[in-house]
Design a protein around this ligand. Structure first.
Ligand code: F6R
Length: 366
């Protein structure tokens, strides 16, 4: 049942070219400019006229929500808030009929996310679910939704569900931007092509596995790690850190790279590995400066870079090369090496990768 892999987590990481393609299939056809999300059809008016989008979720799904904030704001110019469901539900939030709520959940059973939905619903908001498990509680509670179609995710650490969530949210953002007129047709078509190319690029990114094993060997005994990224790659830094801590029990923190100088920089010494997501995008030069700041303090730098990179390569201790993508879709590819890295480190440390201590696949208690 693990399809020849040692663990479900590894199998699920390797399934991503297919799970993302499954998610896009029947919905996106770049050549004909077709983009259809069945679940949105009856609610497109509400979506288009929403004054605000509120995304609510927990854990990895919340990280997918953060990526979506950048996508919706860039392409559709709608204000977005991303809320931990557990905070939103207890805060007496300002929410009403003009708000479009997107609840993201792999399991569809997360208690806090369900409660956040009930609360927003009682205030008259429209609720849209992005879930993986068909027929679970959240899709039954929301007004509408789109499944991620990633297939069953057994490993407790979420991997393929995350990339499928971002894929659905990216389609929603492109659709919304096009309908609202904030995304011109030529750019929209170009982005559809870019998104359609992602499964192939994830396939390429998986080929970094051997290089990553080597890096894992070198850093498996560290006690702390820092993950830094900017823009679309900031949520990837958070997700990379979460993956490492949940399965390897190494203390890891993710930060926007620019926040480093406001505190975490104090932690940097020759013992501290700093994982940068430094792909070629609009904040690349800024990230290069942040890498220089770490090297000046003798930190170890491991960077995920775009193929052909030279600047970061000259500075970093190790680089992991991934194919070039439009920056908006970089998280889908850049997260893959970080998933593999956490996996290998956890295996080398003898951890129970598929069932890490203290964690459950569905968090049905608050
Ligand atoms: C991380 C992880 C958790 C879940 C979180 C939300 O690998 O598994 O952080 O992402 O518990 O779960 P869902 O998406 O099922 O609502």
């Amino acid at each position: 049942e693990k399809g020849g892999y040692d663990h479900f987590m590894l199998k699920e990481i390797y399934e991503q070219p297919k799970s993302i393609a499954d998610c896009l299939r029947g919905r996106l056809d770049a050549k004909s400019g077709r983009l259809v999300l069945g679940g949105l059809r009856d609610y497109m008016n509400k979506f288009q006229n929403a004054e605000r989008i509120i995304i609510t979720a927990c854990g990895t799904s919340w990280h997918a929500g953060l990526v979506a904030e950048y996508l919706f704001e860039e392409f559709a110019r709608v204000p977005v808030e991303v809320e931990y469901a557990s905070e939103f539900r207890y805060r007496n939030p300002v929410v009403g009929e003009k708000d479009f709520i997107i609840a993201i959940s792999q399991s569809g059973e997360t208690a806090d996310t369900l409660a956040a939905i009930e609360l927003a619903k009682s205030k008259g908001a429209t609720i849209f679910g992005v879930c993986n498990v068909v027929g679970s509680s959240i899709p039954r509670t929301t007004h509408a939704g789109s499944y991620t179609h990633a297939g069953p995710e057994i490993g407790v650490a979420s991997t393929k569900a995350f990339t499928a969530q971002i894929s659905v949210l990216a389609m929603m953002a492109l659709k919304l931007g096009y309908q609202r007129g904030t995304l011109p047709e030529n750019k929209y078509i170009q982005l559809l092509h870019e998104l359609e190319a992602i499964p192939g690029k994830v396939e390429q990114a998986l080929k970094t596995n051997d290089a990553i094993k080597y890096i894992a060997e070198e850093y498996k005994d560290v006690r702390n790690a820092l993950y830094l990224g900017r823009g679309y790659n900031f949520p990837v830094a958070l997700e990379g850190a979460l993956k490492l801590k949940e399965i390897s029990y190494i203390h890891a923190e993710g930060y926007p790279a620019a926040e480093m100088k406001h505190g975490p920089i104090a932690l940097i010494d020759e013992e501290m590995p700093v994982f940068f997501i430094a792909t070629k995008d609009s904040s690349y030069e800024k990230v290069v400066s942040n890498i220089q700041e770490v090297k000046a303090r003798k930190g170890k730098v491991i960077a995920v870079v775009t193929e052909g990179d030279t600047q970061v390569k000259a500075l970093a201790d190790h680089v992991i090369e991934i194919p070039e993508t439009h920056e908006a879709f970089a998280p889908l590819v850049a997260v893959v090496p970080l998933q593999l890295l956490s996996y290998h480190i956890a295996v080398m440390r003898g951890c129970n990768v598929d069932q890490p201590r203290n964690l459950a696949k569905s968090v049905t208690v608050e």
